[in-house]
Design a protein around this ligand. Structure first.
Ligand SMILES: Cc1ncc(COP(=O)(O)O)c(C=O)c1O
Length: 231
């Protein structure tokens, strides 16, 4: 086994935070096998704090992937890792036959993505003490208010500025893994999102999680709450 790659919060799989014990268990298992523990922080990187999520979970990943926020809205993919691993792909002073190939292509180090990412991270660095508490508390507000409106009909998952509504089905009463999420009523979730898109002026990627940004305000969350009361 070369390694295990896992998200600290499942994004597309249902917006489900992993416990640090679970991830530590995987990390221990992987390291015992001499394999790499790789964290996919494409969604979670710079979403809850200025940096990755893994230090808050006391994890020690060998490789971390980043994307989305670090590109400031432009397409980007970033691979970071421990020095001894990244050195294997270092293009300076190593012959092609001696080094690992990470990638490269037309859009690698794309100047527009680099500029946009740099501007976003610079802004976040300066305003992190205001932005993160604000978006995290809007997420908490959304999760708790949606929970009150839907009651047992819906199981709410997420953390910080991420939230997702799962319409209960097939006896599912809690969601701690993607299998439970997939048993929920995804057709009804799509109807709920399409209703908000077509009637309420609220865009959701149909069937997926909600992600609050600094452009959102409490009024936007109240709009979602109102739209949910009528569903
Ligand atoms: C957690 C996670 N990993 C990986 C990817 C794929 O990223 P990319 O589109 O840059 O290949 C996504 C895309 O949405 C993602 O959410």
């Amino acid at each position: 086994m070369a390694g295990v790659i896992i998200e600290p919060v499942l994004g597309g799989g249902g917006c489900i935070p992993a416990t640090s014990e679970y991830l530590k268990g995987i990390q221990e298992f992987v390291h015992k096998n001499g394999s790499l523990f790789i964290l996919d922080e494409i969604v979670t990187g710079f979403r809850f704090r200025f940096g990755c999520l893994y230090p808050t979970m006391k994890l020690d990943p060998d490789i971390v992937t980043l994307g989305k926020i670090v590109g400031g809205g432009m397409p980007i993919g970033v691979m970071c890792g421990k020095k001894e691993i990244m050195q294997r792909a270092d293009t300076t002073g190593k012959k092609k036959s001696e080094r690992a190939y990470i990638g490269g292509g037309t859009f690698s180090a794309n100047p527009v993505s680099m500029t946009s990412g740099f501007a976003t991270l610079s802004e976040l660095k300066q305003t992190k003490n205001a932005i993160y508490p604000k978006i995290n508390s809007l997420g908490k507000f959304a999760r708790s208010e949606l929970g009150k409106i839907f009651g047992d009909r819906v199981i709410i998952t997420g953390m910080g500025s991420l939230f997702m509504t799962h319409f209960a089905k097939n006896g599912v009463t809690e969601i701690v893994n993607s299998e439970q999420a997939s048993k929920c009523d995804t057709e009804l979730l799509h109807k709920y999102h399409f209703k908000m898109i077509s009637q309420d002026g609220i865009f959701f990627l149909p069937g997926k999680l909600g992600a609050i940004s600094n452009a959102h305000s409490k009024d936007d969350i109240n709009k979602i709450i109102l739209a949910s009361e009528n569903f």
